[in-house]
Design a protein around this ligand. Structure first.
Ligand code: GLY
Length: 316
């Protein structure tokens, strides 16, 4: 249903999703899992997520498994092991997860732990909290047996040492950025995971959108899910992923919802933002969407046994 058709019904407030998408669509999506991830590093992440689903895992298991692939890859300089450090040379990691029941867990400013996404899941499942940060998050991870390690690689240390010579400010899109993995499993249930080392050479202590529920990731099992990549400060200020899901609730097509969330940022920057943000989204009926502010953006989509990279152009 198009937004204008929905609005024509005169419905106000929260509407049952079946009224928006139709029960038949939801049923049609059964047994047809979808995995949607950011960038080309989403391809191997999707493979791992798919394998997890095939082996009986649920959407949360799959999203975590996918994100862990990227976190472990030392060649990806914006996530996990090998992620570029802050201006002091410390690799500090942000991650979150959200499941189909609306449970959420997150870690921010976590150091020396290779898989922040798994720590975030433990926060969700083993504590009464949603978010742990910094030293407390590290201690929590170590108490659960997560191994501590130096997350700087030879290459990322060299890159930081080179950067130190003139300390040019970088933006997240220069180093690729967050992996977000959105999964809809065969039952139609959603989960998502989002993990990053953030803005390369950021101020020590900076936290981006990726561990903030509603900014970097949001899941509403009745409506859909969305995730963000790019300049986290702007995503936080617009509660970006929550906004995309709420727009889908109002009847927006997923891509139009992503575009509308970006329109708010374009307007706030007088039509000329000079940074990148991308959104990905899946709606309950299995329709996916994506949009980016500038240049181009790639997402990896796995469905029906095909895992493929898709490229979209920026809105401005
Ligand atoms: N989107 C990742 C960050 O801004 O840290």
């Amino acid at each position: 249903m198009k937004r204008r058709d929905f609005l024509k019904t005169g419905a106000i407030g929260i509407t049952a999703p079946s009224a928006i998408f139709g029960d038949s669509n939801i049923i049609a999506n059964k047994n047809n899992p979808i995995i949607l991830s950011t960038y080309n590093h989403g391809l191997p992440a999707n493979d791992a997520a798919w394998e997890t689903l095939v082996n009986g895992g649920n959407a949360m298991d799959a999203a975590e498994a996918g994100a862990r692939v990227t976190e472990a890859d030392p060649t990806i300089t914006s996530v996990g092991f090998g992620g570029l450090p802050d201006e002091q040379g410390n690799v500090t990691l942000d991650a979150c997860v959200m499941d189909s029941s609306g449970n959420a867990g997150s870690v921010a400013f976590l150091q020396n732990i290779k898989h922040p996404v798994s720590v975030a899941r433990k926060v969700m499942e083993d504590t009464k909290h949603v978010m742990l940060v910094g030293e407390g998050a590290r201690q929590f991870a170590v108490s659960l047996g997560f191994e501590e390690m130096d997350l700087l690689t030879v290459e990322s240390r060299q890159a930081w040492e080179e950067w130190e010579k003139n300390r040019r400010e970088m933006t997240p899109h220069e180093t690729h950025d967050t992996i977000s993995v959105l999964v809809q499993d065969k039952n139609g249930d959603f989960a998502g995971a989002c993990t990053t080392s953030g803005w390369a050479y950021k101020l020590h202590g900076r936290v981006g959108d990726s561990p903030i529920i509603g900014a970097g990731l949001f899941v509403d099992n009745e409506i859909g899910c969305a995730a963000a990549t790019g300049l986290g400060e702007e995503v936080i200020k617009t509660t970006g992923s929550f906004l995309v899901v709420e727009l889908m609730r109002q009847g927006y097509d997923p891509t139009v919802a992503c575009e509308e969330a970006l329109n708010r940022i374009i307007k706030a920057h007088n039509g000329t933002p000079d940074f990148q943000i991308g959104y990905i989204a899946i709606r309950k009926d299995g329709q996916i969407g994506s949009a980016c502010l500038k240049w181009s953006f790639e997402y990896a989509l796995a469905r029906g046994g095909v895992n493929k990279l898709h490229k979209i152009n920026g809105m401005i």
